[in-house]
Design a binder for this molecule. Structure first.
Ligand SMILES: Nc1ncnc2c1ncn2[C@@H]1O[C@H](COP(=O)(O)OP(=O)(O)OP(=O)(O)O)[C@@H](O)[C@H]1O
Ligand SMILES: [Mg+2]
Length: 267
């Protein structure tokens, strides 16, 4: 018997209260487990898709399921199995939480009240921070951290949490190459060693294309779905990123150059 798909959308449309149709006619299926990427330019509906399958936004039409659970009717079940790292610029920074609180929150949120921190929680939180090389910042106020450091801490929070699906909305945005490599390595290893699916929203497929198994290319609807090489197709990329998008091949891999990815700055 085939396993339940990781994600299954049927004729999904999402409209914001101001009338903006962010997604339309979205139908696709991703098998489980997977390390998948959702890519597309600004405003293409990537974050909207994520928020919809997490049950934070209601579909206007159609449906989307996560591990067989309907986002509208079973969002409580979905929240139990998903660990979510929202897009960085949407995170509230006014609360003076320390790094340790941020990471421990990942564990506490999945517990039933009363929620107490155990020594096991602390061990797991420290271990997760160690993986992203941030354990020295344990007692530092989170809002004081640089953008890249915060991003690593949020990845650690997701690692320390529990649930069979890890969802990260642009974890590489605003990070330097060293942080990108570290985050990508940690996630790739985590996916291989644990039975955890990863759904990662990214602008730029290049840093992760050797790791991901499925790529969903969006521009308010599904433009392409497949393995990275089939999505790194000049025609598809031009359709989404405009006529300046190019594909280059190097060491058996295809790389996409768009103004978006920052590689092709001279074009
Ligand atoms: N809360 C909202 N109210 C109204 N429109 C919204 C809202 N959030 C997003 N949109 C619109 O929906 C469309 C899709 O936005 P979304 O944030 O999903 O794009 P995205 O692909 O994640 O973009 P980015 O790469 O910039 O993060 C955009 O046109 C955006 O303006
Ligand atoms: Mg977004």
């Amino acid at each position: 018997m085939a396993s339940v798909p990781l994600l299954e959308a049927q004729n999904l449309a999402v409209r914001y209260p101001n009338g903006e149709l962010a997604l339309h006619d979205v139908s696709f299926q991703i098998q489980s487990p997977s390390f998948m990427a959702i890519i597309g330019p600004n405003g293409s509906g990537k974050s909207t898709l994520v928020k919809t399958f997490l049950g934070l936004i209601k579909p206007f039409r159609g449906s989307i399921k996560v591990n067989g659970y309907d986002s509208l009717k079973q969002s409580g079940k979905i929240r139990k199995i998903v660990r979510y790292v929202p897009q960085r610029d949407r995170i509230e920074l006014t609360v003076p939480m320390k790094v340790k609180d941020i990471v421990l929150m990942g564990r506490l949120l999945k517990k039933l009240p009363p929620r107490f921190t155990s020594s096991k929680d602390i061990r797991i939180a420290k271990d997760a921070l160690e993986q992203v090389d941030m354990v020295d910042l344990w007692d530092r106020p989170f809002p004081e951290l640089s953008g890249g450091q915060r991003q690593r801490v949020l990845v650690a929070r997701a690692l320390a949490s529990e649930g069979s699906i890890l969802v990260l909305d642009e974890p590489l945005a605003g990070t330097d190459v060293e942080s990108q490599d570290l985050i990508v390595d940690v996630l790739g290893k985590y996916h291989k060693e644990n039975d955890v699916s990863i759904v990662m929203v990214t602008h730029d497929l290049n840093p992760i294309h050797t790791l991901v198994e499925d790529v969903l290319l969006l521009k308010n609807t599904v433009i392409g779905l497949g393995e990275p090489c089939s999505i790194m197709d000049p025609e598809l990329m031009k359709k989404v990123y405009g006529p300046t998008a190019r594909i280059v091949e190097h060491s058996g891999h295809r790389y996409c150059m768009t103004r978006d990815s920052g590689i092709d700055r001279h074009d």
